[in-house]
Design a protein around this ligand. Structure first.
Ligand SMILES: NC(=O)C1=CN([C@@H]2O[C@H](COP(=O)(O)OP(=O)(O)OC[C@H]3O[C@@H](n4cnc5c(N)ncnc54)[C@H](OP(=O)(O)O)[C@@H]3O)[C@@H](O)[C@H]2O)C=CC1
Ligand SMILES: O=C(O)CCC(=O)C(=O)O
Length: 447
């Protein structure tokens, strides 16, 4: 290939050939390459050293067998992964996902996105992602514990406080992190900040649980403020009812928004009066403690439950906070025709490429996940700093730092994404995230 003729079609053809069938990974790379290639073409040092090609190849991928015993004594087998994507600007950092849909394509898309997200946080953290095709739903605590211990029995060889620091993602919350941290500590015979999202009793950080959702609400606030608007009085549609969705809803309510939906994989509740803190506390108990189904909220509070996704509910602001590709082209058209002003992604890649095109054409504010949900990993970075210092910072201090980081991310997006009177946050986030990692890779030479 002639490096001077780098173009999107050739680039994607090569990527698809090297990574056959990895559709989610192709999608994530396509979105980045479309906005970064024009920038790379203008900068010979990136073009000549083939930085974008190097960035789309993980440093390494570990795939392993995870064997455990269920409560009936049956031997169960799952597949575990860790994709160490890029450590140019810091140790590998990114969550673990336990979900039956987990495969290499999904983890590579997530690890790749993490490269740009972690760079945007302004903190020294590289990128990784991992997990397993294990389904925690319906499993007893003892089964989850045995699975986590078995998973960590292999993973611990590959991670370390200065090497690779995993955290939570779908299906991995405080319970799973605790089981994994306990097993790491036992195997490594050391107490270090090797995971983030830990409980406060053993090195966790205040605000980490809330950080992704709060950060997403703050990012929406930044986008609206840039247009002289705010969240107060706006009707908000939120999907998901896990860690990200619940704390996004909490911050939206605190900022004066009216949150009328939440969802899970069975459907969504529509509460036209809006959730208040009391209803949200009930929802937290249902979804995060009792691990129940969301329809129970509708029964309890006398509102409606519907199968499917919530995007047809009229709203001013939309927050996809469940999973990838949950907002498709038709949904985007519905949001536009209902007068939606802005979309801010708590989930990773929840909006398909055709849906993003619809939002851009309508000039709706659109905050991509790698910018809008970076608050979670940012506070994970702050958890690492506290662990290194052997100190614990206050909630007020941490929330202030989180807000400042989100403001900085928004500023970087505007700096690189301004197009006439509109900010293209996709271009802004991709180019700004790319530059820092690319400069580090160029500085290291050909490695
Ligand atoms: N946790 C974090 O700090 C961060 C998370 N993210 C991203 O945010 C998103 C949500 O993560 P998180 O809240 O932590 O995960 P949780 O496991 O806490 O919650 C996931 C939520 O999404 C729903 N969901 C999962 N898969 C599907 C599906 N295929 N279709 C419909 N609904 C689904 C779940 O429903 P059900 O209960 O029925 O399974 C649940 O309500 C993910 O995209 C994750 O990558 C991004 C940055 C950081
Ligand atoms: O906190 C972390 O390290 C990871 C968060 C994460 O997985 C993500 O940003 O998608």
């Amino acid at each position: 290939m002639n490096y001077d003729e780098l173009n999107l079609d050739h680039f994607m053809e090569g990527l698809a050939k090297r990574n056959p069938g990895e559709t989610e990974f192709h999608q994530a790379v396509h979105e980045v390459a479309a906005s970064v290639i024009p920038y790379v073409r203008d900068h010979e040092r990136y073009r000549k050293s083939r930085i974008l090609e190097r960035m789309t190849e993980p440093d390494r991928t570990v795939i392993f067998r995870v064997v455990w015993e269920d409560d009936e004594g049956n031997v169960r087998i799952n597949r575990g992964y860790r994709v160490q994507f890029n450590n140019a600007i810091g140790p590998y950092k990114g969550g673990l996902r336990f979900h039956p849909s987990v495969n290499l394509s999904i983890l590579k898309f997530l690890g790749f996105e993490q490269t740009f997200k972690n760079s945007l946080t302004t903190l020294p953290i590289g990128s990784g992602k991992g997990g397993a095709d294990f389904n925690p739903k319906g499993k007893s605590d003892a089964e989850v514990m045995r699975f986590c211990q078995s998973y960590m029995t292999e993973l611990w060889h590959h991670i370390g406080a200065n090497v690779d620091i995993p955290a939570g993602d779908i299906g991995v919350g405080a319970r799973e992190i605790s089981y994994m941290f306990g097993q790491y500590k036992r195997l490594a015979k050391e107490f270090t900040g090797v995971l983030t999202g830990k409980a406060l009793e053993f090195g966790g950080s205040l605000i980490r649980t809330e950080a992704t959702g709060y950060g997403n609400a703050f990012f929406m606030q930044e986008m609206l403020a840039h247009r002289g608007d705010g969240i107060e009085g706006k009707t908000c549609v939120v999907s998901g009812s896990g860690n990200v969705a619940i704390f996004c809803a909490e911050k939206l309510i605190q900022l004066g928004g009216k949150v009328v939906t939440l969802s899970d994989s069975s459907g969504y509740i529509h509460d036209p009066d809006g959730l208040d803190m009391e209803k949200l506390a009930w929802m937290k108990d249902l979804k995060l403690v009792r691990r129940g189904r969301i329809a129970e909220y509708a029964e309890h509070f006398g509102c409606s439950f519907h199968e499917g996704r919530p995007w047809a509910v009229p709203c001013d602001l939309a927050f996809p906070c469940a999973t990838q590709n949950e907002l498709e082209e038709g949904d985007a058209r519905t949001l536009v025709s209902n007068g939606c002003l802005a979309v801010s992604e708590g989930a990773n890649m929840p909006t398909t490429i055709p849906a993003v095109d619809v939002l851009h054409q309508a000039k709706i504010l659109y905050g991509p996940g790698k910018a809008a949900n970076a608050g979670g990993v940012a506070v994970s970075g702050l958890e690492m700093s506290q662990n290194s210092q052997r100190l614990a910072w206050s909630a007020v201090d941490l929330e202030g730092r989180l807000q400042q980081i989100i403001t900085d991310i928004h500023r970087q997006c505007v700096q690189h994404g301004q197009e006439g009177d509109h900010v293209n946050y996709v271009t802004g986030a991709n180019v700004a995230g790319f530059i820092k990692v690319a400069d580090a890779m160029v500085a290291y030479g050909v490695i």
